[in-house]
Design a protein around this ligand. Structure first.
Ligand SMILES: Cc1ncc(COP(=O)(O)O)c(C=O)c1O
Length: 370
């Protein structure tokens, strides 16, 4: 039987062709438009450039096929997260976020929600299991977390959130919609930074919200329309282009990441390799159940900052850079941004280089450390 996500990806590739007329371009045109021709009563699909654009619509339609849910595109992952958080939470609500999740999400909640009378609570994501969700309006989870790759059981959290009346939002950035389907597991809303593996070429920032709850989708669309946090037409086109090869790239990246995680774990220069695909990872059993692959990010610890930086410097095929999900393998020490991790903690983003070139290069880089 065909894997349902494989089937969805094939459908996404052929989705546009179903509506084409003879002579139409297979790829959607790039539509730079602030104004549209709009005679009489405004009934056309596109009316003003801050409201809709045919190139974002093409991207959103393709994404909607993959997510199996309406999608709303944003010019970055943070713009998508802000739309959900700012567009749906009210004064007096309580929001619970992981204290070990993506830093900008936490800062956003602290900076803009707390002063507006929202009760913003943080706790380590591993403590969500024992936490009572009564009285919480929005529960935000990230799985696997960036950068420590903590995994939560989405289905279990979703049923507890539902029982408590809390809206469950899942940041699916590190996993992506090709390997993990939070909406199918009971989440209400998915947010994702498509700046990472979905676009994958390190040349575009993009993000999206996916939800099957039409009222929330409408709140998020209204936020975008009024705030004007809209994707550029060219960026949307590039992200659409990236989407076409997403599965091929991500399959290689995830396969290489698993092989590298196993090899890196066995090297004496490294301790505490965290990768959900390793049986030693505390969330491995959950990950194996809810993820189709284990992602392209591997986290690990070196004895100190110098050793971690030395590894990056010694490697020919590791670009010292922040972020993850691109075709080039990249790495950085996360303590340089103030994450609460050890000085030698390194986040490796595995790219599309053939494993047979990548591993020998990493091995020599490790062996050259003093
Ligand atoms: C888990 C996670 N969510 C959201 C974002 C924000 O994405 P963007 O940089 O596109 O705003 C990031 C970026 O690193 C991330 O890692």
């Amino acid at each position: 039987m065909t894997d349902p996500i494989d089937e969805t990806f094939a459908r996404m590739l052929h989705h546009r062709a179903e509506t084409l007329e003879p002579g139409d371009p297979l790829m959607p045109p790039i539509a730079p438009a602030s104004l549209y021709y709009l005679p009489g009563e405004p009934q056309a699909e596109h009316q003003y450039g801050r409201w809709t654009n045919p190139t974002w619509s093409a991207f959103e339609d393709a994404l909607a096929t993959l997510e199996d849910a309406p999608c709303i595109a944003f010019p970055s992952g943070m713009a998508a997260i802000a739309a959900v958080v700012m567009g749906t939470v009210k004064t007096g609500d309580t929001v619970l976020l992981p204290s070990d999740g993506y830093m900008a999400t936490r800062v956003l909640a602290d900076t803009y929600l707390a002063p507006r009378g929202v009760n913003v609570e943080f706790c380590p994501q591993r403590d969500f299991e024992g936490r009572n969700f009564d009285g919480i309006a929005m529960l935000f989870v990230e799985t696997p977390t960036n950068p420590e790759l903590h995994v939560v059981d989405i289905a279990a959290i979703a049923s507890r959130a539902k029982a408590a009346g809390a809206l469950l939002v899942v940041d699916n950035t590190t996993a992506t919609c090709l390997v993990q389907r939070p909406l199918d597991l009971g989440a209400d809303v998915v947010v994702a930074a498509d700046s990472k593996a979905l676009n994958g070429h390190s040349d575009v920032l993009m993000g999206h919200v996916a939800t099957r709850d039409e009222a929330i989708a409408e709140q998020v669309r209204t936020w975008r329309k009024l705030v004007g946090a809209i994707p550029g037409h060219f960026e949307a086109w590039l992200a659409y282009r990236g989407l076409k090869t997403f599965d091929v790239r991500f399959e290689r990246m995830c396969n290489s990441a698993l092989a590298l995680a196993e090899r890196l774990s066995a090297h004496p220069a490294i301790s505490n390799v965290s990768y959900p695909g390793l049986p030693s990872h505390p969330g491995h059993k959950i990950a194996a159940r809810q993820m189709r692959r284990f992602g392209s990010v591997v986290s690990m610890e070196f004895t100190d900052a110098e050793a971690a930086d030395g590894f990056i410097e010694n490697a020919r095929y590791i670009v010292p850079s922040t972020s993850f999900g691109g075709v080039h393998t990249t790495a950085e020490r996360r303590a340089r941004w103030g994450d609460a991790v050890a000085p030698g903690f390194l986040r490796l983003s595995v790219g599309c280089e053939p494993l047979d070139a990548l591993w020998p290069d990493m091995e020599q880089a490790l062996n050259r450390l003093d």
